[in-house]
Design a protein around this ligand. Structure first.
Ligand code: IMP
Ligand code: MG
Length: 185
């Protein structure tokens, strides 16, 4: 695989800005969830970098769990909203104060389906924390309680987000060079 620089048009959000914003979010969540039974649920795989940094910014006791979703038509940019659980949570969320931790909300279809599924399992509360919000592309209305950054309608990668499964490890969020990488439709 080529070096990421080949596909990078520009750095959209630097490592410094990401880390600063995540510390703010961590402080806010720590205040809001004080005394509650907080469970962070990370949707694999894109949310992993954000989850681990966010956890370190929390000053209150909490648990974590993971789930993976596959949408039909994987490999395309559109998520139709008919998602399937590819890997389920290991523990019950009944009575828990659940915070979903997502890398990016684009059409909103994925998170809307996940919220509907999790709501049937009796959490005490269920809220959404996303690092990135591509609000312009929204198709399903979803409540976002914590948002890192609103970003323009551009395909981005790094900091958990992949380009054909690669480059999730980059510490910044970059814009894909449209002429250098064939974007999925
Ligand atoms: P949604 O259902 O359209 O909101 O899609 C959300 C999922 O699409 C995210 O969890 C990402 O995996 C993927 N996605 C959306 N936009 C981007 C992007 O710009 N870069 C990388 N992945 C993206
Ligand atoms: Mg992806």
């Amino acid at each position: 695989m080529q070096d990421y620089q080949e596909f990078l048009q520009e750095v959209l959000i630097s490592e410094e800005r990401l880390q600063e914003r995540i510390k703010q979010l961590g402080a806010e969540i720590s205040k809001d969830y004080e005394g509650k039974d907080l469970l962070l649920i990370c949707i694999l795989r894109g949310g992993v970098m954000f989850l681990t940094d966010l956890m370190r910014a929390l000053t209150i006791p909490h648990m974590i769990d993971f789930m993976a979703i596959s949408s039909y038509g994987a490999g395309t940019r559109e998520s139709a909203g008919n998602v399937r659980i590819a890997l389920d949570l290991t523990s019950s969320i009944a009575g828990k104060d659940v915070l979903l931790v997502e890398d990016i909300i684009d059409s909103g279809n994925t998170i809307a389906s996940v919220l509907a599924m999790l709501n049937t399992r009796g959490p005490n509360s269920l809220q959404v924390c996303t690092l990135l919000d591509k609000a312009e592309r929204r198709e399903s209305e979803v409540p976002i309680h914590y948002r890192g950054f609103e970003i323009p309608n551009k395909f981005v990668f790094g900091y958990g987000l992949d380009l054909d499964e690669y480059y999730r490890n980059l510490p910044f969020v970059g814009v894909v060079h449209p002429g250098k990488f064939i974007l999925p439709e």
